[in-house]
Design a protein around this ligand. Structure first.
Ligand code: FDA
Length: 496
């Protein structure tokens, strides 16, 4: 309620926010989490909480009247469709040079993502977070994050026999024939459940094409892990459909301005609460936008000049390859990827073998590559529009394409195949207009101290992907989680 006071307010309910809430509650602190998206705990009229990728409805997108599918063409035809404007689960947030996909709702990105739970190779960690002690991360915090998130790996024998990973076996064959290291990729999806889906004994999720707009079964999102344990402490309250718009000092505390939203995106109430401590966990984009706005508009003028800088796209780029008729990828494809091609050391690219769960045979191999793209963008306040801009340029994806080609040009040459040109437009090979992995904007040890403190304002912290300077060499959420575990342990020990 407006006027209330809370010891700790957490902005956002993704990985960083969920870690902070659980550990603070376990330390005996009452926590209030504020989340702009919906709760995602109530079935719609079809009995399901989440809609399917093949039938996107009002639940699919955050306040859009037309879908904006990451893979927006098929056989050269646009596949987007009209939908009612609703506080749906996936935000395709458009900046000048890039569309940034993010989860909206209690659980943040864990609601929409593929669950690929990858710990970076240790030899790459120094470039990911240079100011962080790698021994501590690999000895304590990565194992802690993996255990709490429920990370597991596909059973290799089942992988070799199941129809739903034929596409991944084709990906493996092609990778290995070209001499690339092929790796299984861990995931938070319940692998036993997926085997039961294949056996036909439980309702299908991964094998029904569910992903991007939520999984009704099988995936251990934060709702099932960190947030469930946080709520079980009895010390954590969550307010969905509430969006933080301001944080400012107020007599030794912080005043937090919040808008309550309806499911059409309209503001139904504005509230102000006070908090002793505020954790920014609104995601790389959400946290960066808030901090940049608050610094520029005078609410938090003492934030340093690193705020808004160091943003990267984790080098994301997508592409498809057209296989020969003898390399069918299967009409049943698990929507949960389980393997990848690791050419990071030689070519700067790690490519997950991704599904195209269309339900028909496509003869396509599809890949999301994470590349060592060096470009970094900056968020800045645009007083004329009252919005925060990002100066990423579309052409900045070229290094990613060059690095991805170190894998796929070689495979195409070896297999006598070509790139698909019908997945992202008319004669367009590269999905280079988007990222799933926004990182940075309030970089650790630059915008904050080495534990996420915004030192000009005691009691203000950043604890999400905004801390990570633009790239993790692999899918990011395990690193976001492990870094949050490290930082909150120090903050609880030293600051409370
Ligand atoms: P996260 O984005 O999770 O949470 C931030 C929360 O804050 C959101 O719920 C948001 O609604 C809320 N918020 C924002 N502004 C707010 C405000 N002003 N007030 C209140 N609330 C606010 N990663 C990976 O490792 N493996 C994978 O397989 C994938 N796959 C994948 C697929 C897709 C489609 C997407 C979009 C993303 C992925 N990712 C991924 C990326 C991964 O999901 C991402 O890195 C993490 O969710 C980031 O965690 P954070 O805690 O930083 O923010």
């Amino acid at each position: 309620a407006s006027g209330a006071h809370v010891p700790v307010l957490v902005i956002g309910t993704g990985y960083g926010g969920a870690v902070a809430a659980l550990r603070l509650a376990q330390a005996g602190v009452d926590v209030h989490m504020v989340e702009m998206g919906m709760a995602w705990d109530t079935p719609g009229s079809d009995g399901k909480i989440f809609c399917n990728t093949r039938e996107p409805d009002y639940r699919s997108y955050w306040l859009r009247t037309r879908t904006k599918a990451p893979l927006n063409y098929f056989l050269g035809f646009p596949i987007d469709r009209d939908i009612p404007r609703h506080t749906g689960i996936l935000d395709a947030e458009e900046f000048g040079g890039i569309t940034v996909y993010q989860g909206r709702g209690v659980g943040g990105g864990s609601l929409v993502n593929g669950g690929m739970a990858v710990t970076p190779r240790r030899e790459n960690f120094g470039a990911v977070l240079p100011s962080v002690n790698a021994d501590e991360m690999y000895g304590v915090y990565y194992p802690r994050a993996n255990a709490e998130l429920g990370v597991g790996t596909v059973d290799p024998a089942w992988f070799d026999s199941t129809a739903c990973y034929q596409y991944a076996r084709v990906g493996r064959k092609h990778a290995q024939r070209s001499g690339f290291p092929f790796v299984f990729v861990p995931d938070v999806y319940d692998w036993d459940y997926m085997e039961q889906e294949a056996a036909g004994t439980v309702p299908k999720s991964a094998l029904a094409g569910e992903i991007l707009y939520g999984n009704n079964h099988g995936k251990k999102s934060l709702q099932q892990t960190y947030l469930a344990r946080a709520r079980a402490t009895g010390r954590v309250a969550v307010s969905p459909l509430h969006r933080v718009t301001s944080v400012s000092p107020a007599g030794g505390r912080y005043a937090v301005a919040i808008e309550q939203l309806d499911t059409g995106g309209g503001v139904t109430a504005t509230k102000t609460v006070t908090a002793d401590r505020v954790f920014f966990a609104a995601g790389s984009v959400g946290t960066s936008k808030l901090l940049v706005k608050l610094k520029a508009t005078g609410a938090l003028p003492g934030l340093n000049d690193e705020v808004g800088r160091g943003w990267g796209d984790n080098g994301n780029v997508m592409c498809g390859r057209a296989n020969h008729m003898w390399d069918a990828t299967g009409k049943l494809q698990s929507s949960i990827p389980c393997c990848g091609i690791d050419n990071w050391a030689a070519g700067g690219a790690f490519a997950e073998v991704a599904p195209l769960p269309t339900g028909i045979e496509t003869y396509a191999s599809f890949y999301l590559s994470i590349t060592n793209n060096p470009n970094r963008a900056r968020f800045s306040w645009n007083a004329a529009t009252g919005r925060v801009d990002l100066d990423w340029q579309a052409s900045w994806k070229q290094p990613s394409i060059t690095m991805a080609k170190t894998i796929f040009d070689k495979i195409n040459a070896k297999e006598g195949t070509i790139y698909r040109t019908d997945l992202f437009g008319v004669y367009k090979i590269w999905g280079d207009h988007l990222t799933y992995h926004p990182l940075g904007g309030a970089v650790l040890n630059r915008a904050t101290d080495n534990y996420g403190r915004l030192t000009a304002y005691p009691g203000l912290y950043v604890i999400d992907g905004a801390l990570i300077p633009g790239n993790t060499t692999v899918n990011p959420f395990v690193t976001v989680t492990a870094l949050a575990e490290r930082n909150i342990e120090r903050i609880i020990a030293a600051d409370l």
